[in-house]
Design a protein around this ligand. Sequence first.
Ligand SMILES: NC(=O)c1ccc[n+]([C@@H]2O[C@H](COP(=O)([O-])OP(=O)(O)OC[C@H]3O[C@@H](n4cnc5c(N)ncnc54)[C@H](O)[C@@H]3O)[C@@H](O)[C@H]2O)c1
Ligand SMILES: [Zn+2]
Ligand SMILES: [Zn+2]
Length: 350
Amino acid sequence: MKALVFHGPGQRAWEDVPDPTITEPTDAIVRVDAVTICGTDLHILGGDVPAVTDGRILGHEAVGTVVEVGAGVRNLMAGDRVLVSCVSACGRCRYCREARYGQCLNGGGWILGHLIDGTQAELVRVPFADNSTYKIPEGVSDEQMLMLADILPTSYEVGVLNGCVRPADVVVIIGAGPIGLAAILGAKLFSPSHIVVVDLADSRLEAAKSFGADIALNGGRDDVAAVVRDLTGGLGADVTMEAVGVPQTFEQAVALARPGGHIANLGVHGSPATLHLEDIWIKDLTITTGLVDTYSTPTLIGLVASGRLDTSQMITHRFNLGDFMEAYDVFSRAGETGALKVLLTAHSST
Ligand SMILES: NC(=O)c1ccc[n+]([C@@H]2O[C@H](COP(=O)([O-])OP(=O)(O)OC[C@H]3O[C@@H](n4cnc5c(N)ncnc54)[C@H](O)[C@@H]3O)[C@@H](O)[C@H]2O)c1
Ligand SMILES: [Zn+2]
Ligand SMILES: [Zn+2]
């Protein structure tokens, strides 16, 4: 089969590799029908994730068709159409029993396209298949479902639910990439009074408005703190979310929260950020961080199936699977191309 293979920092190739095979009784082999690229894949290509080694097939999001299941798989059979989640779950360990699948102790968690071969391929081996896939309900498109593999549960769990967004809240989201934009969709489910989005790129601020942000601010030009003060009688935001991953925006998210407020960090950070305890010890703040667990995926599927959540705006570019190299190029130049999520489908690939 063909797959997108990592060959060390900056090196990737769409090349021939052996087909995956069942190696554990709980595995399934899934034919990839639709797949996308995550910002994390760019971090890997940038050399930021040393656990990913030469020869690894990238990708941790897909929709596909089951072609084979191991003897221990109970809930799936060949022909089933499934979402392959970014997080796999053994289902038996202490963390899986608490629905904290991201922390799975038995070889689950974020492993696809990281510690084992991933989804950017014609076929993928999915471990713990019963617990790591979701059947696609009638009436839900592959495109809508694919957005539930990673970005929607991440934003919903680590941003909206950890941040405890409540009706009438003023919510500030810093960073309007796919994660920040998905956080707008998730926050809107709780009827906040205002969603304020901050980014440095005007194209991303336009996207934020079309996703439902009430106020879109350019952090390089606008006085974000003054706008938030004006909106909140000088108190600060009820909930702030950091969806960038640099120290400056984490510190900004903390500074913009009101006493008693919540700060939900979504960003993956590569360097330390300063926690100004000398200012905030008195403010009764709650600061949360986290890797997505995907416990909310069934909820999100229900919301999409009933039309309460529409992820279709997220996909800006479409390719055939065979055009993976070009898709990476477009996605990695998001500033110029306006890419949010790119979709690759197998239908007309060879
Ligand atoms: N916690 C998790 O489980 C999880 C899962 C997936 C992604 N992430 C992380 O979430 C973060 C966002 O992901 P993404 O795919 O949306 O990334 P992205 O790079 O597409 O978006 C980041 C946005 O932040 C903006 N930005 C950069 N510097 C800024 C600044 N100083 N002020 C305001 N905006 C600024 C950029 O213009 C961009 O629009 C990343 O750090 C990613 O690694 C976390
Ligand atoms: Zn991802
Ligand atoms: Zn587990």
